[in-house]
Design a protein around this ligand. Structure first.
Ligand SMILES: [Zn+2]
Length: 353
């Protein structure tokens, strides 16, 4: 692993860095460039099938990097453009639809048996407190509060944090999850959309979230799906995405951190993984397979070798997707003409009962 430029795609590395999920040090090279054509090595773990950047940055180095980046960010109040609020608001509404059966206030409290054992079947919260990790411009936090929950939006960017606090009047904690005092919780639910893939140790990140949850509390996750076929081969690897999950590796990480999946699936188009997890007491150790016996990684490697620009552009679903995106973009611009304020727009969005 001394010289990354010696690596080629499909190459098997037997004694490299170890996988943050199963600790196996056998991996295949699946990428040597990032989406901007700069050198970046991505490995596929032979043992479990988790993708990872190599070398993975140390957590404290990475934390300093992000802190510095966020300090450079605008210190006042950001003003997202109307079409941004419209798009993010619709995405947030779709997430409410998805999570509604799990949200604390929508559960049947009459069915609670106070003597029942804690576990996936007894996941009735004591109250309705929710934490949205990486809240961004706050649309989801705003809508989840409309469903009657007491919400804290956690956002490290000060510009966005001020905007969410002032314009949406949502309670904001400005900082990273490790800065959040445990006295703020515990929470009945945490949402974390598109953040876990930025962390070098998914199990640690999940356990940190778990530490802010009640026993039986929920964690709603969204991450990109590494197995998604409709990604252009040269735009596969975002430099900030340190690990890439499939359904099975996301489940392994969740169980290793003491969560049990209530729901684990891909989005309708297959591009995103959705997980609703419940905090339990048991942690399931990730099995470490024999390094010389290719397992889950081998099947993924075959799928990787089938990716090509010709296959990509030859797929009619790509063109259908492009058409739908343009249509959505035009609808957003059209709707933006009648836009009054982020708060009034989000307050007026139709939410499921
Ligand atoms: Zn692994």
């Amino acid at each position: 692993l001394e010289k990354n430029f010696h690596m080629r795609k499909g190459q098997l590395i037997e004694r490299g860095s170890s996988c943050p999920l199963c600790r196996s040090s056998s991996s295949f090279v699946v990428g040597t460039k990032d989406r901007h054509n700069r050198p970046l090595t991505n490995l596929l773990c032979v043992g479990c099938g988790l993708y990872r950047v190599d070398p993975l940055p140390e957590e404290d180095v990475l934390r300093e990097y992000y802190r510095k980046q966020y300090r450079l960010d605008y210190k006042g109040v950001l003003r997202p453009r109307p079409h941004h609020v419209i798009r993010a608001g619709r995405t947030a509404r779709d997430r409410i639809h998805w999570l509604l059966p799990y949200l604390p206030e929508t559960r049947d409290r009459s069915a609670v048996d106070s003597h029942s054992q804690p576990g996936p079947s007894a996941r009735i919260p004591r109250s309705g407190r929710w934490l949205d990790v990486g809240a961004g411009s706050g649309e989801f936090a705003f809508l989840v509060r409309r469903k009657g929950l007491d919400v804290i939006a956690l956002e490290p960017n000060h510009g966005y944090g001020e905007y969410v606090r002032r314009s949406l009047k949502v309670t904001v904690f400005c900082g990273f999850l490790e800065d959040l005092p445990h006295a703020e919780g515990p929470f009945d639910g945490i949402s974390c959309f598109h953040m876990l893939e930025h962390h070098p140790s998914p199990i640690d990140a999940l356990m940190r979230m778990s530490s802010h949850l009640h026993q039986g509390g929920l964690l709603a996750l969204e991450v990109p799906n590494a197995a998604f076929a409709l990604t252009h081969p040269s735009s596969r690897f975002h430099p900030a995405h340190l690990v890439h999950f499939t359904l099975s590796t996301l489940e392994m990480a969740a169980r290793a951190a003491g969560f049990v999946p209530l729901e684990l699936r891909t989005s309708a188009d297959g591009g995103i993984l959705w997980a609703v997890l419940v905090k339990t007491q048991d942690r399931t150790p990730v099995p470490v397979p024999l390094p010389v016996l290719p397992g889950a990684g081998n099947a993924r490697l075959r799928a990787e070798s089938r990716r090509s620009p010709v296959r990509y552009y030859g797929n009619p679903r790509i063109w259908l997707r492009t058409f739908r995106r343009v249509k959505a973009l035009l609808a957003e611009r059209w709707e933006a003409q009648a836009f009054l304020s982020p708060e009034s727009y989000l307050a007026g969005l139709d939410l499921p009962e």
